[in-house]
Design a protein around this ligand. Structure first.
Ligand SMILES: Nc1ncnc2c1ncn2[C@@H]1O[C@H](COP(=O)(O)OP(=O)(O)OP(=O)(O)O)[C@@H](O)[C@H]1O
Ligand SMILES: [Mg+2]
Length: 312
């Protein structure tokens, strides 16, 4: 797939000198869905604002389908749709005019068919004549997406699209992003919900303190870093790990009620059989044995934690 968005050595220092982005480089392929995960203040919104021309970069370059965002701003910007983190809509305007107006801003000729299609897709068609102020928060989020799509962009930025949105609407949004991909739209989204990245992204980027720590194919990332855990639940609590089991890297948790063994899913030998045999030898009574796959959440938390440790 060709690269649609190319970010090279991007830096952003705000007026107070704070460096919100430090040498960020990232290539995004046409048609992919990439999720940027990062704690509060990591620089996600700054990155999006810089790409969208709302914030001036301090150094580096960004191009969209070959158009430089500084030298060729209008061409670059017209290829981008932005759903901002904060809801900013005209309260007394109605839904359809809000979306039409946004299309006009990009100099696109009025096309009622396009606007209708977008509104229908976002389940807003029935609400087209409603004033924005009469909509629920979730509906306003949909209007923001409709607005961002009004000029038929090729790259869509969603800055925390599902913050404070209920489960159903969140799933709807995922479906919308998936449908857009079928039309060839590239989506970059930021999120705090790791299950969101797990559900819809092709690639996941982790950003912390203005730096990209990692960008990787989601499936590969989960396979590479994913570990499995075996929880052995006991009928009696233990005060310490029995001597016979000390060769294993076990942790005792849950106030002594659970022994946890962590193993590599790709390893040829997991060590489970041996462990269970030794466990039987200790005479411990087991209530249950449960395995868990570490999630993207575990991976993310450990990455960000490591980064914080390195910095301190
Ligand atoms: N206009 C500004 N002037 C100075 N500092 C700013 C400005 N805007 C953002 N920052 C700082 O830059 C850093 C990155 O902010 P940014 O909004 O990009 O983070 P974020 O990853 O989007 O966080 P969140 O998850 O909370 O939305 C923060 O430390 C923030 O305080
Ligand atoms: Mg933000």
């Amino acid at each position: 797939m060709p690269t649609i968005l190319s970010i090279k050595n991007l830096r952003k220092a705000y007026e107070d000198g704070f460096e919100a982005l430090k040498d960020v480089s990232l290539d995004i392929e046409e048609g992919e869905i990439i999720a940027l995960l990062g704690p509060n203040g990591a620089g996600k919104t700054t990155l999006i604002s810089t790409v969208c021309g709302i914030t001036m970069p301090t150094a580096g370059s960004v191009s969209v389908a070959g158009h430089d965002i500084l030298q060729d701003y209008r061409a670059a910007r017209s290829l981008i749709g932005l759903v901002p983190q904060e809801i900013a809509l005209e309260p007394f305007e109605n839904v359809i005019n809000t979306v039409r107006f946004s299309r006009g801003l990009f100099g696109k000729p009025r096309k009622d068919g396009v606007v209708e299609d977008i509104l229908r897709r976002l389940s807003l068609w029935d609400k087209r004549d409603n004033e924005i102020r009469a909509l629920s928060g979730g509906m306003k989020r949909r209007v923001l997406i409709a607005k961002a799509l009004a000029h038929e962009p090729r790259v869509l930025f969603l800055d925390e699209p599902t913050a404070g949105v209920d489960v159903e609407l969140r799933k709807d949004m995922w479906e919308i992003v998936d449908q857009l991909r079928a039309d060839g739209v590239t989506t970059v989204l930021t999120t705090h919900y790791i299950e969101e990245a797990e559900a819809i992204a092709d690639r996941v980027g982790v950003i912390s303190k203005g730096e990209i720590l990692l960008v990787e194919d989601k499936v590969k990332l989960m396979a590479r870093m994913g570990r499995k855990q075996l929880d052995v639940q006991l009928t009696q609590p233990l005060s310490e790990i029995p001597k016979a089991l000390q060769a294993y890297d076990l942790t005792l948790g849950d106030d002594g009620w659970t022994l946890t063994y962590s193993y590599d899913t790709k390893g040829e030998r997991t060590g489970i059989t041996k462990l269970l045999t030794e466990l039987a030898g200790t005479g411990l009574q087991l209530r249950d044995v449960v395995t868990r796959q570490s999630s993207l959440e575990d991976i993310f938390v450990s990455l960000v934690r490591e980064d914080e440790k390195e910095a301190s």
